[in-house]
Design a protein around this ligand. Structure first.
Ligand SMILES: C[S@@+](CC[C@H](N)C(=O)[O-])C[C@H]1O[C@@H](n2cnc3c(N)ncnc32)[C@H](O)[C@@H]1O
Length: 297
């Protein structure tokens, strides 16, 4: 297993909207650049207490979270002392959301043991072997290669989840994750790019400068691609204030999704930020996440 960040806050504001989007748009294909494992043994750490365990505790009192597809899937995971014993990574969640419609999956990762875990989970979930491809190679280059083979109609029914390790890092073809986002958007695929920023680096302004310059170079516009970002952040927080367990912020940048899917993400984001109204900073101050949306790059 190569992903040690599972169940932290960044995972929740990725998997929560992801499940809702997939349930609504029901794509025929689900492709992921940095898949990680399907399942992780779940136990308490400060990061997970701040992430998944806070969600599990608070979600019943927040209606959009309580009724979310993500919470329903968590409740079906094997349990230990009334809590999930296993945390589902995005490959597991995607297969659960889409297996009934017979979707085709491509999962990329450079870690062989993560891909083995995905294949095991697919077998356990009875997803037919010819519906799942695990690709042991750079995810940005591999997904771009697959994208080039699709016709327009196929591209429109393909959901691409870009979950980069480093937003700026170029893959084997010299393309970075934001460039892949723009290429997939122009082809008409449904796209979700997860991003995070921190204090001191990368700063939120660095991330948004990259989004703006790359989308301008690719001639993307909100009106043609329904661009949308939903972000949780703590404006003005300094590196010394930020608790080790928290991120300064993270978000999802989406393209070509339907309005009902974006409305559902908007409601979930507002509700999710509300359960983080009492974050303890290192200096004793209490802070909170804000949820913001942007429809223009
Ligand atoms: C944060 S995890 C992915 C989490 C997963 N998408 C989820 O949401 O549950 C990061 C994964 O990226 C993989 N990885 C790192 N560099 C990669 C690359 N260039 N191409 C594909 N996967 C990569 C790592 O092996 C690791 O399993």
């Amino acid at each position: 297993m190569a992903n040690h960040h599972f169940g932290n806050i960044g995972d929740i504001w990725k998997h929560l909207p992801l499940c809702e989007i997939l349930a609504i748009v029901q794509p025929a294909r689900y492709w992921e650049t940095h898949a990680g494992s399907a399942c992780y043994d779940l136990s308490h750490t400060p990061g997970r207490d701040h992430g998944i365990y806070r969600f599990l505790r608070a979600a019943p009192g927040e209606e959009p979270l309580a009724a979310s597809r993500y919470r329903a899937l968590l409740s079906e995971m094997p349990k230990r002392a009334a809590e999930p014993a296993v945390y589902p990574g995005s490959p597991h969640l995607a297969m659960r959301c889409l297996q009934e419609r017979g979707a085709m999956f491509i999962f990329c990762d450079i870690d062989g043991s993560s891909l083995d875990d995905i294949q095991r989970a697919a077998d356990d979930l009875h997803v037919p072997r010819d519906c799942v491809r695990c690709v042991a190679a750079d995810g940005i280059a591999s997904i771009f290669e697959q994208l080039e083979k699709l016709n327009d109609e196929e591209a429109a029914r393909t959901f691409i989840h870009i979950d980069p390790f480093l937003l700026h890092a170029a893959g084997e073809q010299g393309m970075n994750s934001v460039e892949l986002f723009c290429e997939a958007t122009k082809r008409g695929a449904q796209v979700m790019l997860w991003y995070a920023f921190d204090s001191p680096t990368p700063r939120r302004t660095d991330v948004w400068d990259l989004f703006r310059s790359t989308s301008a170079a690719h001639d993307l516009s909100r009106s043609t691609h329904n661009l949308w970002a939903g972000e949780i952040s703590m404006p003005g927080v300094t590196a010394s204030q930020l608790p080790d367990i928290s991120l300064a912020g993270c978000g999802i940048l989406c393209a070509n999704l339907t309005d009902p899917a974006l409305a559902a993400c908007d409601a979930l984001g507002r509700s999710f930020a509300r359960i983080y109204h009492d974050i303890r900073f290192a200096d004793g101050a209490v802070g909170q996440y804000d949820f913001t949306t942007a429809c223009d790059l």
